[in-house]
Design a binder for this molecule. Structure first.
Ligand code: IPM
Ligand code: MG
Length: 359
């Protein structure tokens, strides 16, 4: 069976890191008979420059028709003054919404070799294994009304709306509980139920859904406390399920436990098992094309793609093991290199992973 993949490199370091992920896919195809059909399309600022829209119809159609989407990153300073409707970020939000990718999985694991690369003490972070499950197609990112309006007296008003329907909360809860059932069986739901009614409902629905999962233990935490606990005692967390915006913020924070945001992959899944895979970091335009980007988050996103959309769990593990191997062998890109350590380029790091896969 041939898997059709849509490859959307995007902007900034997007093309740099996606090129390394493609090397890994090519190696898997050559060595393990994985039948892949890859097609690239522009997205984000690159697409805007090309066609006047960050998510051209042809790109969306390609993504819809694919078994999985691999995305690099979007955005950059040259597009920041554009109207919101055509900003590169709209492409990401459009893909998430159009493909129904409501469940965003963002694992944060500390590789033993990199415990010293974290800004936190090694004993605080070593061994952490957190799965942030972020709701991705609802909440304040998509709620209506939204916009900036003139009040008529010279003042203006900016509005966004935090809204969740119970069925949206139910389905993300089910994803979190299912995942927790395969891990250590704990879910911490993060909300702001002491202030926001929409997340009071979130908490209630989480409780309801949890009754169907007797083997999973549910706890709740307010988001401000969760932000603190993540750096105070991160090992207390297993699966963290939360809203779109809280998940955006907490997953960046969680990435710092691991040493670099350049290491964190993500999967965005829909009800049908389709998915989009991307590093959680941005397009880092300042280092685009310089060979300084870390391709590991994207390569680890390929592993998630193999596991969740292509039903190739064994190959996923091989990729993850290859990444562990190169780190154990001392390969370091600039973001994770300690003083005096040799710095590998983006391409060298990708090449080292391929070599480890084949070794
Ligand atoms: C992320 C990013 C996006 C988000 C931006 C680029 C729109 O920060 O995937 O975490 O806020 O969701
Ligand atoms: Mg983010």
């Amino acid at each position: 069976m041939t898997h059709k993949l849509a490859i959307l490199p995007g902007d900034g370091i997007g093309p740099d890191i996606v090129a390394e992920a493609r090397k890994v896919l090519d190696a898997l195809a050559a060595d393990h008979g994985l039948a892949l059909e890859l097609e690239e399309a522009p997205v984000g600022g690159a697409a805007y420059d090309d066609s006047g829209h960050p998510l051209p119809d042809a790109t969306l159609e390609l993504a819809r028709a694919a078994d999985a989407v691999l995305l690099g990153a979007v955005g950059g300073p040259q597009w920041e003054a554009l109207d919101y409707s055509v900003r590169p970020e709209r492409a990401l939000l459009g893909l998430r919404k159009e493909l129904g990718l409501f469940a965003n999985l963002r694992p944060a694991q500390v590789f033993p070799e990199l415990a010293g690369a974290s800004a936190l003490k090694p004993e605080v972070v070593s061994g952490i294994d957190i799965m942030v499950v972020r709701e991705l197609t609802g909440g304040i990112y998509f709620g209506e009304p939204r916009g900036v309006e003139e009040l008529g007296d010279g003042r203006r008003r900016g509005v966004n709306t935090l809204v969740y329907d119970s069925d949206e909360i139910e389905r993300i809860a089910q994803v979190a509980f299912d995942i927790a059932g395969k891990r250590s069986g704990r879910v911490c739901s993060v909300d702001k139920a002491n202030v926001l009614e929409s997340t009071e409902l979130w908490r209630e629905v989480m409780e309801q859904v949890s009754t169907g999962y007797p083997g999973v233990e549910l706890s709740h935490m307010y988001v401000d406390n969760a932000a603190m606990q993540l750096v105070r005692e991160p090992k207390q967390f297993d699966v963290v399920v939360t809203t779109n915006m809280f998940g955006d913020i907490l997953s960046d924070e969680a990435s710092m436990l691991t040493g670099s945001i350049g290491l964190l992959p993500s999967a965005s899944l829909n009800q049908e098992g389709g998915g989009m895979y991307e590093p959680i970091h941005g397009s880092a335009p300042d280092i685009a094309g310089t060979g300084q980007a870390n391709p590991l988050a994207t390569i680890l996103s390929v592993a998630m793609m193999l596991r969740y959309s292509l039903d190739q769990g064994e190959l996923a593990e091989r990729v993850e093991q290859a990444v562990s191997r190169v780190l154990a062998d001392g390969w370091r890109t600039a973001d994770i290199a300690g003083a005096g350590e040799r710095v590998a380029s983006t391409g060298e790091m990708g090449g080292a992973v391929v070599a480890a896969l084949r070794g």
